[in-house]
Design a protein around this ligand. Structure first.
Ligand code: FE2
Length: 289
């Protein structure tokens, strides 16, 4: 075995939280004016954490997607979804929905009925993963995992627990299948913990701190800080003096042209026009059809 090299931090960005819709708070490390994507990742949204009063919780009614994947990971509360492929279901605390929109779906993403009626906590993440050109028009695909079905791994000293949503960590491999190599880990670190995750140098990688404080070399990051890593090593090392909770993501860059228009992400503007035409002429189907 050769010697591993720790990646340096290229940029640390504090993501600002903003109200979106009624009562929802969204924190978006990217895209921003400074960073439009971290190939192959197009967007990360933290939803909440927010405490809704009765009748306050609003969601995203029927809308289309084409050319990429949406990954929903709920930590508190529940989202109900329904789509033009005839799928419907509930994503509750700890559950993941990995939706490959491919050629196109129309779906709704709403806080659960009881959350809308009675109010309550909502906290979760939505990640957008770009699809390579060869997969943009693939048949839509769903992978939905209950919390109990998502593998977790614990470090030998018991101080680090990793929920392995995609990729492999601490010898544990995810159940979810990705179109291109992706790592998606939810890392919980106790006080005094140290965590090293191998990530090939070619992968783009970043961490997003959910809570607590974590050290990346000589950089310290707190809640809602996104830490972007340089492609100058083959592992990421994280330490925490007082405990921390974070997401760690990495993926092989597609290195293809990206043309995005709202819910459509294609390679060319002609393909975007086609997506709009197909959507307007009913080619995406409809919910409940
Ligand atoms: Fe959506």
């Amino acid at each position: 075995m050769g010697e591993m090299k720790t990646r340096s931090v290229v940029q640390l960005v504090h993501a600002t939280s903003q109200p979106e819709g009624e009562g929802m708070i969204v924190t978006r490390p990217f895209p921003t004016a400074h960073l439009d994507q971290l190939d192959p990742f197009l967007l990360l949204d933290r939803m909440g954490p927010v405490s809704h009063g009765p009748g306050e919780a609003k969601g995203a009614p029927d809308h289309p997607h084409r050319g990429f994947e949406t990954v929903t990971y709920i930590l508190e509360g529940a989202i109900e979804h329904e789509d033009s492929q005839g799928n419907r279901g509930r994503i509750g605390a700890g559950d993941v929905q990995w939706m490959t929109a491919g050629s196109g779906v129309i779906h709704s993403e709403m806080p659960s009925e009881e959350l809308r009626r009675n109010g309550g906590r909502l906290h979760g993440f939505q990640l957008w993963v770009n699809l390579p050109r060869r997969d943009k028009m693939m048949k839509p695909r769903y992978q939905e995992l209950r919390a109990a079905e998502i593998p977790t791994a614990t470090s030998a000293d018991g101080k680090v627990t990793v929920t392995v949503i995609a990729g492999e960590s601490l010898g544990t491999t995810a159940t979810i299948d990705t179109r291109t190599p992706i790592m998606y880990f939810h890392v919980r670190m106790a006080a005094g913990a140290r965590f090293t995750q191998p990530i090939p140098e070619t992968y783009n990688a970043f961490a997003f701190v959910i809570g607590g404080e974590a050290q990346f070399g000589d950089r310290s990051a707190r809640e809602n800080d996104a830490v972007f890593f340089e492609n100058d090593g083959d592992e990421v090392t994280i330490a925490s003096e007082d405990g921390a909770e974070l997401l760690l993501l990495a993926g092989v860059p597609l290195n293809e042209p990206v043309t995005r228009y709202g819910p459509f992400v294609m390679n060319t503007s002609a393909e975007i026009r086609q997506a709009m035409f197909d959507y307007q002429t009913g080619k995406f189907g409809e919910i409940g059809a």
